[in-house]
Design a binder for this molecule. Structure first.
Ligand SMILES: [Zn+2]
Length: 472
């Protein structure tokens, strides 16, 4: 039984999906106006870990993460860089995928962009207007927060809390202080789309409501994001979506990861105390950064300094070394004195128990380290049976991979069914090139080689035929 902490109910609950055996997850993606920092990376890696774990536990996971590609920040940054907002977004989406891949964050099943779902947003806004939950004012459209009874239920804030602490925007077009924009009237020189209320662009919150609903439907399983999104972003998503759905829940579970802090201060763009993942990757491998991020339970604050990455690198190395020693020793004859096979089974149980308990990856690390220690002991004593050693090594590798940690070199690039498909595809391409060479069609043969090289795949002709490898 998997239990997870639901922000909505403020307790751990058994995970019971909308449809047995399936898990539909939406996580709020980045606003693509610059590179992402370590605080953003925590959210990406945490939800990637959750997704991988649910998959390993047999769920068919449908994971959707959006890109906010139109927003005030994007418009401002595009002006600074002297380019169109589309070009700016495209640049940072590409950078996002590169940095996320380095952290071994798998691509979502869908990465919808806000600008490609404007019609869906307009449809929700129209329905909210018809229901009296929204009103137009001089080309803007606002959500009438006092018309939605559940407002504040996720964050647990009362209307007084919300107006007192919040930076209330003194906008005379709004009827209530907490009302928020669904549609913003275009200002001169800004990107715009037509709407029944005049040309403009969507507010940030409506983007997620529209995309989550389009890709996952009502009452999908898990809505995730960083803890800073609980209020107002997720509260507003709920008001919009549940208003639109006549009160039907937007999501069954709401999950939020805690911040990364630097000297006890939250890491954020506005504080200026952030570290870009892109910069950290110049010095550290993505695997080390990922190992650091998952070494603490996702709901606990995580303090950052470089020393933590040094520790992470050591920890990851310990797992890699244990795996390598076990593999090497498994090739040598020995006899069973240590029951490593029971050790492997115990590690698997401890790992599953930790992860079933609200995805406690920190506790799961303990299971991995226990197994690594037992492997080292057995190898040092030289008395473990090869088959048992191999089983222990395989278990260590498998469990680490559930967390997206790669501890064995050969699985790094071509693991699993995807890797097999990829290898088959490469074999086909090599055959086609060989056929072209046999026909003396050098143009085609060279084109294949050059294009693969551009993609980071090197073809090498040897006396035994061509072979390929990933460019170092
Ligand atoms: Zn969102």
């Amino acid at each position: 039984m998997i239990r997870l902490y639901n922000t909505m109910t403020r307790r751990k609950e058994e995970f019971v999906p909308r449809e047995a055996g399936k898990a539909a997850i939406y996580a709020c993606g980045p606003t693509v106006y610059n590179y992402f920092h370590l605080g953003n990376a925590r959210m990406l890696v945490v939800f990637d870990m959750i997704r991988r774990y649910l998959t390993w536990r047999g769920f068919e996971v449908n994971y959707v993460q959006n890109f906010t590609d139109i927003d005030d920040k994007i418009i401002a940054r595009a002006r600074e860089e002297g380019c169109a907002t589309e070009a700016l977004a495209a640049k940072y989406i590409e950078a996002y995928f590169a940095d996320a891949a380095a952290l071994r964050v798998q691509k979502a099943a869908a990465h919808p962009k806000a600008t490609e779902n404007i019609a869906e947003m307009l449809d929700i806004i129209r329905v909210l207007m018809e229901k009296g939950l929204a009103y137009a004012a001089e080309g803007d459209v606002y959500y009438a927060v006092d018309r939605f009874a559940g407002y504040g239920k996720l964050s647990g804030r009362t209307p007084d809390d919300m107006t007192a602490g919040a930076r209330v925007d003194p906008n005379p077009r709004k009827r209530g202080p907490m009302d928020f924009a669904l549609w913003k009237k275009a200002k001169a020189g800004e990107p715009l789309w037509p709407s029944p209320w005049g040309e403009g662009r969507p507010g940030w919150h409506i983007e997620c409501s529209a995309m989550a609903l389009k890709y996952l439907g009502p009452s999908f399983d898990i809505h995730g994001g960083g803890g800073d999104l609980i209020f107002p972003h997720h509260e507003n998503e709920i008001a919009q979506t549940e208003g639109y759905l006549d009160g039907k829940a937007m999501a069954r579970y709401w999950m939020h990861n805690a911040f990364i802090t630097v000297d006890q201060e939250k890491m954020s763009k506005s504080e200026g105390n952030f570290f870009l993942v892109r910069d950290l990757l110049k010095k550290w491998s993505g695997d080390v950064v990922r190992f650091y991020l998952l070494g603490t339970h996702y709901r606990s604050p995580l303090d950052f300094d470089e020393e933590k990455l040094v520790m992470a690198a050591k920890g990851l190395e310990r797992l890699k070394t244990a795996w390598r020693l076990a593999e090497e020793a498994a090739g040598r004859p020995g006899e069973t004195k240590m029951d490593l096979s029971e050790t492997a089974a115990a590690a698997r149980r401890a790992f599953t128990e930790a992860m079933d308990d609200d995805f406690n990856s920190a506790q799961a690390y303990a299971a991995l380290f226990d197994l690594a220690r037992d492997i080292n002991t057995a190898v040092a004593a030289g008395d473990a049976h090869p088959a048992a050693l191999r089983e222990a090594a395989d278990t260590l590798r498998e469990l680490a991979a559930v967390l997206g940690l790669v501890i064995a070199p050969e699985e790094a690039e071509t693991a699993g069914a995807e890797g097999e498909k990829f290898a088959a595809l490469m074999a086909l391409i090599i055959d086609i090139r060989a056929a072209a060479r046999a026909q003396k069609d050098w143009l085609t043969a060279d084109l294949i080689r050059d294009r693969l090289k551009e993609a980071g795949l090197v073809i090498e002709d040897t006396p035994q035929g061509a072979r390929w490898y990933l460019a170092p």
